[in-house]
Design a protein around this ligand. Structure first.
Ligand SMILES: NC(=O)c1ccc[n+]([C@@H]2O[C@H](COP(=O)([O-])OP(=O)(O)OC[C@H]3O[C@@H](n4cnc5c(N)ncnc54)[C@H](OP(=O)(O)O)[C@@H]3O)[C@@H](O)[C@H]2O)c1
Length: 216
């Protein structure tokens, strides 16, 4: 297993948890050559494209173009580069590419600048890639997962804090009203299911605490 992270300290911690089978690579996943270099070097059969910038949690008019577009520069750009390389290389038949979108792609995210649109673009580009793979007979499966908002990560916690404040609610009341919380373990299990279970054959899945469901 190869992990691509920008912070070498995070990689050291992960390696001590996962052991020698984990290969840490310190790189910017959205940079020009990262996807090509790493796909050439490791020829992976599975890609999980998960990198995402934490949106600045402000209403639209308090964004600059730079803050509004950061999820396009990071999330969309890295998904585009890796998906493109997966098709060009191409990855071997039976390979799987998972992209991480968001439930926000379905309903918007008014305190997150261009986040929801960027995540919708990831769903679209995954579907486009699936079509190209099918047309070329590559045998690569493309799946897009749309997790619901969860406070289980720094990114999700910042959004929950902002949306609770906007509603004038405290965080626990906001979360209680939102229903069961999606956990990190559930996300990991769901991604494993999408990789290993051929029965999950739709292009995009909504992921909530109740599990995976085909995205509307
Ligand atoms: N948490 C939620 O509620 C939620 C809901 C729906 C979708 N998502 C999506 O799920 C994915 C994972 O997010 P998370 O909630 O787990 O938040 P997170 O803990 O902040 O994870 C995002 C990761 O992406 C990394 N990253 C950002 N830019 C990168 C780059 N250019 N190259 C390499 N790594 C980069 C970050 O590393 P650094 O520490 O170096 O920045 C961080 O480790 C994201 O795509 C996010 O949009 C999250």
């Amino acid at each position: 297993m190869i992990g691509v992270v920008r912070d070498p300290e995070q990689l050291r911690q992960l390696r001590s948890e996962l052991g020698d089978s984990f290969i840490p690579v310190t790189a910017d996943a959205a940079a020009t050559a990262t996807a090509g270099q790493l796909i050439d070097a490791y020829r992976p059969a599975i890609l999980v494209l998960n990198a995402g910038a934490t949106p600045l949690p402000r209403p639209l008019h308090q964004h600059t173009w730079e803050t509004f577009s950061q999820n396009w520069e990071v999330d969309v750009q890295h998904a585009f580069r890796w998906v493109r390389e997966a098709l060009l290389h191409p990855l071997g038949p039976g390979s799987t590419v998972i992209t991480v979108s968001s439930g926000a792609a379905l309903r918007g995210s008014p305190l997150s600048g261009g986040y929801a649109g960027a995540k919708a673009a990831i769903r679209f580009l995954t579907a486009y890639a699936a079509d190209e793979a099918e047309r070329a007979g590559l045998g690569i499966r493309f799946r897009c997962v749309l997790p619901q908002l969860t406070p289980a990560t720094a990114l999700g916690s910042a959004a929950v804090t902002a949306y609770a404040a906007r509603q004038g609610a405290d965080i626990s009341s906001y979360l209680e009203a939102a229903g069961p919380v999606l956990t990190i373990d559930q996300v990991g299990q769901a991604i494993t299911t999408l990789i290993t279970d051929p029965g999950h054959d739709k292009g995009a899945y909504l992921l909530t605490a109740a599990g995976l469901a085909p995205a509307p």
